[in-house]
Design a protein around this ligand. Structure first.
Ligand code: ZN
Ligand code: ZN
Length: 843
């Protein structure tokens, strides 16, 4: 990478001057003449930034300065290359149109959230981000319709930015990238009046660097670079292309690589109840570390900067690699990964890896005659899912059936298997339970994940994992050693042979604070600094010795209101594929794709844990009710006291709606609840069924589907859920003895369920008749009785109202709510009654 570094750094910083320019502070005197060498005014500001703040980096900084200055008027090959990368990341139409005002910095324009770009949301419904550094402060995180920027706001942000830049270790990419992410995530990269300012400067800079890192390795000649450059200009002008231009536009220059860990469901949930709770958090965190470690390992093999990870999270990653090298060497990577994972995890975890060739034309918006990057994103994902199916097909029919229907018959009682995961291994008895090295390792990791402040990853020599290795050995095989550090603890010792370290600070973007830089250093070892979200809400309790430990599932169940059951909540974004593929439409450039996936991740990984933590009251002397197993990518999985899950789901949905600024991107949820002895795997599968087969299949009379929650086997559109929850509260109040009014007996709930059963039965008959398109005399009679449930309703409920006069009014309201819409509230009556019944049941 050394020789290529100035080019990639030039690409990363080419537009940083837009930030400086919008502070409306004048250029320093010495830099005024630079204007003559540039096209617009942001380039001299970029050059000043490089000169004044990174001037002492151990690189050819004169070249970097020249590259950022010339990126709109390139002539030398490296200038052409940076300019190309810029155009492929987000084409600046101004150039083609000769718009001298183009890319001018308007400080009042704020970043329109990428969600307000999806599915052609109208301008008056659009939402904007406050100009602020990245944090989990709700005012920063949630967009608003009226956020406006100003030169003053830019100046304040710039000043802190410059202070932090001074702390970046010289020559350190990762730290620089993290500082850029913190400060430029909400800066619009283009602020011309006639365009939508939805691309964040951070994502534009990062993807430009990633593309440049690939182009520089493709060995394009000077004339090729020039031809490609002309081709892009002609594309925009819709001018005819020469044969050579055409050819170069279609020649692959990058490979979009996707990696996807398979087997994660079984790995997480196919555990017995002995100790499952203690190991789960560790398992989930390991999957995340493993995905990241493999992505980083591939980048190191290809000598690429961290910018080339386009996305990592949710058990998968997307990388941008140089095309020719990827073709030559990806197979070797795949084999090494497969060998390591097989040796330690046998068939339990595998990594699927595939790629799609990307030509210059694939980066362009359709308006520019391109194909838009979303197609590639989709293509590589399709290949991965084909691979998943092939994996089974290759096994042959009989083997496939065995694999599918007897996944883990490994001897439940045999003395030689782990009592938690049923695997063989290095077994040891711990607290009376026989556990393998994996389960012990994950429990330990779970313990370490209690309030860590930092994660330290050392780059160490790759070592083949030993027989009976554990998670640490897998990471080491990919050249990484991981340590979690807690408040007041010594920093870990430098492992033998370590060549570098990355120090992540959890849950704050203030990751370059004085004490962090002072504490985390190991002699002359190069250290990078970064920040990340821990995505943690782990329940605690005190054990018999008064120590704080991870609470068991049974403890969570005990925290329920009413019946002491356990529940699982799963949620994910509706039609994610469509959002990526068609949501951005013809403008699906790589920088928008990057902004979109990173935004979703921020909500799930950063914000959802905060919502969960509100339900864990152990620290305040109460009980913890939730265990966040996983939140990232676009989905989440939570185990907890069943009674808090519907409320939590609604909370998450309400905030998601605020986050995306409307109803054009939605999410659904599925809740499954059971007795705490019920196997987790089954509970997880039931919640999956509730989500995929009920909530996602939910259809409204007007045809709109999904955007729903399934709870107690009934899917309810979110719009009706609030109403339903209100009725739940009203019923609860009537069922609880008050000071003056006697409580309604629980028999009232039984009547409601009977009424629903009658309704459902009648409806089913009616439907059957309708389907057969034949109405016999018998069926006709049934239809006459169609209203039997309504009669019952009036009869039974009125009798309750007469007897319990204090509740008369509410009962009458309930009756009316039920009959008002023919197929509305009545369809949810069983859910309502059952919900209240469980909430009021003892033990
Ligand atoms: Zn520019
Ligand atoms: Zn085990």
């Amino acid at each position: 990478m050394d020789r290529d570094q100035p080019v990639i750094l030039g690409a990363l910083l080419h537009d940083i001057g837009k930030f400086g320019e919008r502070t409306q502070q004048p250029l320093p005197h010495w830099a005024e003449p630079l204007r003559n060498e540039a096209r617009y005014s942001h380039e001299p500001y970029s050059a000043v930034f490089v000169e004044e703040h990174l001037g002492r980096w151990p690189l050819d900084m004169a070249t970097v300065r020249r590259l950022v200055l010339k990126h709109h008027v390139p002539s030398l090959p490296d200038e052409l290359l940076v300019s190309l990368a810029d155009r492929l990341s987000a084409y600046e139409r101004a150039e083609a149109e000769g718009d001298e005002e183009g890319a001018r910095g308007r400080a009042e324009t704020t970043l329109r959230t990428v969600f307000s770009r999806l599915f052609a949301v109208s301008a008056d419904a659009a939402q904007y981000h406050e100009l602020a550094h990245l944090s989990l402060d709700p005012r920063t995180l949630f967009p608003r319709p009226d956020a406006v920027g100003s030169a003053v706001a830019y100046r304040a942000l710039w000043e802190t930015f410059i202070c932090e830049i001074a702390r970046v270790p010289q020559g350190d990419w990762r730290t620089l990238l993290a500082v850029l992410r913190r400060f430029t995530w909400a800066i619009p990269s283009d602020t011309r009046r006639d365009i939508i300012p939805d691309i964040s400067l951070y994502h534009h800079l990062k993807t430009t660097a990633a593309i440049a890192a690939c182009l520089v390795r493709e060995g394009l000649s000077e004339s090729d670079l020039q031809t490609l450059h002309d081709a892009l200009t002609n594309c925009w002008k819709k001018a005819p292309l020469t044969a050579r231009e055409e050819e170069l536009l279609k020649r692959p220059v990058c490979a979009l690589v996707k990696g996807d860990i398979s087997g994660t469901q079984d790995f997480l949930y196919l555990l017995t109840s002995s100790g499952a709770a203690r190991g789960l958090r560790g398992r989930s965190f390991y999957l995340q570390l493993l995905t990241e470690t493999i992505a980083e390992w591939i980048l190191r093999r290809f000598r690429l900067p961290p910018a080339n990870i386009l996305f990592v999270g949710g058990g998968h990653f997307y990388l941008l690699l140089p095309y020719r090298e990827a073709i030559e060497r990806l197979r070797e990577c795949r084999e090494r990964i497969a060998r390591v994972l097989w040796k330690v995890h046998r068939g339990d975890l595998a990594l699927l890896l595939d790629s799609a060739a990307v030509a210059a034309i694939d980066f362009l918006e359709e308006e520019a005659g391109g194909k838009a990057f979303a197609d590639k994103w989709d293509e590589v994902s399709r290949r991965i899912s084909e691979q998943k199916q092939r994996k089974w097909r290759d096994l042959g029919d009989t083997a496939m059936l065995n694999e599918l229907f007897a996944p883990r018959q490994r001897g439940l009682t045999a003395e030689d298997t782990c009592q938690v995961c049923h695997n063989e291994g290095a077994l040891e008895i711990e607290d009376g339970v026989r556990k393998c090295q994996h389960c012990r390792g994950f429990e330990e990791l779970g313990r370490l994940l209690r309030d860590p402040t930092h994660l330290v990853l050392f780059a160490v020599p790759e070592a083949d994992p030993p027989e009976l290795g554990d998670w640490r050995d897998v990471l080491r095989a990919f050249g990484t050693e991981a340590w979690l550090v807690h408040e007041g603890e010594d920093v870990p010792r430098k492992p033998p042979g370590a060549t570098a370290a990355t120090v992540y600070t959890f849950d704050t973007t203030d990751f370059l604070a004085e004490d962090i830089l002072r504490r985390f250093r190991w002699g002359d070892l190069p250290v990078s600094y970064d920040f990340r979200w821990l995505a943690d809400a782990t329940p605690r309790k005190r054990n018999e010795h008064g120590q704080e430990v991870i609470a068991e599932f049974a403890d969570l169940a005990q925290a329920s209101e009413g019946v002491k059951w356990l529940g699982v909540l799963r949620m994910d974004v509706d039609s994610l594929g469509d959002i990526f593929k068609s949501g951005l439409g013809r403008q699906a450039t790589i920088s928008r794709m990057s902004t979109l996936s990173e935004s979703l991740r921020l909500f799930f990984e950063g914000w959802v844990p905060r919502l969960c933590q509100q339900y864990n009251g152990f620290r305040q002397g109460g009980k913890d009710a939730l265990y966040l197993i996983y939140a990232g990518g676009d989905d989440l999985f939570i185990v907890g006291a069943w009674s808090v899950l519907p409320e939590l789901a609604r909370c998450i949905r309400d905030d998601f709606r605020k986050f995306v600024g409307g109803d054009h991107v939605t999410l659904s949820g599925g809740i499954a609840i059971e007795h705490p002895k019920f196997p987790l795997y089954q509970l997880a599968a039931n919640a999956r069924h509730a989500l995929d087969d009920e909530a996602k299949e939910f259809r409204r009379p007007n045809g709109r589907s999904k955007d729903a929650l399934s709870f107690l086997q009934t899917a309810v559109g979110w719009e009706d859920f609030v109403h339903l929850a209100d009725w739940k509260d009203k019923l609860l109040r009537m069922l609880r003895p008050g000071e003056t009014a006697p409580a309604l007996p629980r028999a009232f709930l039984m009547r409601l369920m009977e009424i629903h059963a009658l309704y459902a039965e009648n409806r089913a008959r009616w439907r059957r008749a309708e389907r057969r398109r034949e109405i016999t005399r018998e069926q006709l009679e049934e239809l006459v009785h169609y209203d039997k449930w309504q009669w019952r309703l009036v009869y039974h409920l009125s009798r309750f109202a007469e007897r319990y006069t204090a509740h008369q009014e509410t009962i009458n309201c309930l009756q009316q709510a039920i009959v008002r819409e023919p197929n509305g509230f009545i369809t949810r009556l069983r859910l309502l009654a059952r919900w209240v019944e469980l909430l009021t049941r003892e033990g």
